[in-house]
Design a protein around this ligand. Structure first.
Ligand code: ATP
Length: 570
């Protein structure tokens, strides 16, 4: 019920079109079927029976009103018109269902992606990549197909109602008996629906687990292979795959058992019904023929209704899981910043800044000064809080107290996207897309030209090695940049950071993968960027600290400016 409300709330127009089209289609089908009785009465020469008189009367009156004389030809035309109307409207409804399913899949994917990209950095870090990939692929598709099941369910419901009305008009006793039998079959097989619901939830969990583990293991395959640990990973993946397989088997078993049992029960009911109609109720042959058609369809539709409900039950958990992922990401939304336009002509200052991760203090009363156009480096032991400081300056983290000032303006008051647009960021881990060097540098920014790319490669000290490649900037770097050396990858990432001519270049252990000569060369290039660039680096390497105008040591949660003599020994 909650699912119906949810779909109606988000897609009211589509739901109304689908329901109306399906309901009218069912009525058209029912009317065309009810025409069969007078048709067969005429064809078999039966006299109009008392029990079936109401449908015949209704149609005779309707034909009289339209000044049409009832004959076999007219009845056949009426049956055909009913069937054509039903087919046309069903087409309209299911076309709308198809479009809505596609819209739901797209909208849930986009909502999730938007919520995720607007979420706090810490929330993003806490997510498992495989879980995110699974939500976007499997959960979004299954959520959308829940709408398909719901539409089929409502079509079947309205068809059942119409067939039931027709059956009632022909013989209410038999119709009541059919309802009782239908409800009985429903109750008897309800347990199969519960099994499917549970199997659906197990499938969802197994998919999540498998995708999470798969992504983790693929990203760390090399060390696992190098240490011969891939078997353990294989075993874990195998366990998850078997879990999934077992959930799928349960689901298949439940749905096939439901189908087979339903068919058997319906067959038995029909045989018993025909026998009873002939012997006990002494109905006319034409009535028995129409009743058999109507009841067979009614019971088949009832059984399909239960099957569809079973499908819906197994899809529903994917839908709710997707919705809760979206809500969770929305709740973790980044707190809003301001709308002032940023500049970086003077400096970046941190005043009395404190920061903690869930109560664990990392920075306390930090004061830091990064003058514009200069090279500032942060050094310190692993875990001292260097990356945390950088993240505060980028605005990915918000200080618990104190102020982060950019040219004297509090970062909270800035248009944060405009501020981040002024930053060129080179991370410790160089992750390249499976694409060309060119595309890895421009990252989809069509405003950048080939000349910009070459200038950036030049500044990053990468121009020579790229020129030596057969396809130059159009060389594909392979999965995670695997066709390039670690140092070459790092230089492409530096070029990526420089290509949009940032005001602030952040180097987070950016030269750590370079050999000493290349590191020296790149450090010299970065050091010579000139006063157009403010460089903030995290590094222990002499090549960078020697080039720095200022070096801060981050220690015991504080930042201490080092003197020139200290730097030599650091
Ligand atoms: N997302 C997080 N959640 C909780 N604690 C975190 C998180 N990120 C970092 N920390 C903790 O904060 C402290 C500072 O981490 P940070 O990454 O800033 O150190 P670092 O000086 O950059 O270290 P390294 O040189 O090893 O990269 C560490 O103790 C770390 O465990």
């Amino acid at each position: 019920m909650q699912l119906i409300k949810d779909f109606f709330y988000h897609y009211p127009r589509q739901v109304i079109i689908v329901w109306l089209a399906l309901a009218i289609a069912s009525i058209a089908e029912g009317l065309s079927l009810s025409t069969l009785l007078p048709l067969l009465t005429v064809a078999t020469g039966d006299s109009a029976s008392l029990v079936g008189a109401s449908t015949s009367d209704f149609l005779t009156q309707a034909l009289d009103w339209a000044s049409i004389t009832p004959s076999v030809g007219v009845m056949i035309v009426l049956v055909l018109i009913g069937l054509v109307v039903k087919a046309g409207l069903t087409l309209v409804a299911y076309r709308q269902v198809g479009y809505t399913v596609a819209a739901i899949a797209t909208n849930t994917r986009l909502s999730f992606l938007r919520a995720l990209s607007a979420s706090r950095w810490q929330y993003f870090l806490s997510q498992r990549t495989g879980r995110l990939a699974n939500s976007i692929s499997t959960e979004a598709s299954n959520s959308a197909s829940a709408f398909q099941s719901l539409a089929s369910l409502s079509a079947l419901l309205s068809q059942c109602a119409v067939f039931l009305t027709v059956a009632m008009l022909i013989n209410w006793k038999i119709a009541c008996l059919a309802i009782a039998i239908g409800v009985g079959i429903f109750a008897l097989l309800k347990v199969m629906v519960s099994i499917s619901r549970e199997a659906g939830s197990r499938q969802k969990n197994a998919f999540q687990g498998l995708m999470g583990l798969l992504t983790d293991s693929l990203s760390s395959l090399k060390p696992l292979k190098a240490m011969a640990r891939e078997r353990e990973m294989d075993q874990m993946l195998e366990r998850q795959t078997r879990n999934l397989n077992s959930a799928l088997r349960t689901s298949v078993l439940a749905s096939e058992t439901l189908k087979a049992t339903q068919e058997l029960l319906i067959g038995l009911v029909l045989v018993a019904g025909v026998a009873a109609s002939l012997t006990l109720l002494e109905l006319q042959l034409s009535e028995i023929m129409v009743l058999t058609i109507v009841l067979a369809r009614l019971l088949t539709k009832l059984s399909k209704l239960q099957q569809e409900y079973q499908k819906l039950a197994s899809k529903e958990s994917f839908y709710w899981s997707m919705m809760s992922a979206i809500d969770e990401a929305r709740d973790a939304r980044e707190e809003p910043f301001g709308d002032r336009q940023p500049t970086l002509d003077r400096d970046i200052r941190l005043e009395d800044v404190c920061f903690d991760y869930d109560g664990n203090t990392v920075l306390k009363n930090v004061d830091l000064h990064v003058p514009a156009g200069q090279f500032t480096t942060l050094i310190g032991f692993s875990g001292a809080g260097k990356t945390t400081l950088i993240d505060l300056i980028i605005g990915l983290l918000r200080a618990s107290s104190g102020r982060v000032l950019i040219d004297g303006q509090a970062i909270d008051a800035l248009d944060i996207r405009a501020w981040r647009n002024l930053i060129g960021y080179v991370p410790q881990d160089t992750v390249l897309l499976h694409d060309t060097i060119y595309n890895n540098i421009v990252l989809g920014d069509t405003a950048l030209t080939e000349a910009d790319v070459h200038a950036a490669l030049d500044k990053a000290g990468a121009a020579d090695f790229v020129a030596g490649l057969a396809d130059g900037v159009n060389t594909n770097v392979g999965e995670h940049g695997g066709r390039l050396s670690g140092g070459q990858r790092q230089r492409v990432v530096i070029a990526r950071a420089l290509v949009h001519k940032p005001r602030l270049v952040i180097l987070d252990e950016a030269t750590s993968a370079l050999d000493p000569d290349t590191e020296k060369a790149v450090s010299a290039t970065l050091g010579a960027l000139g006063s157009d660039y403010t460089v903030l680096a995290v590094s222990h390497r002499a090549a960078l600290t020697e080039r720095s105008d200022r070096v801060y040591r981050i220690e015991n949660g504080q930042a201490r400016l080092m003197g020139a003599d200290e730097r030599v020994s650091a």
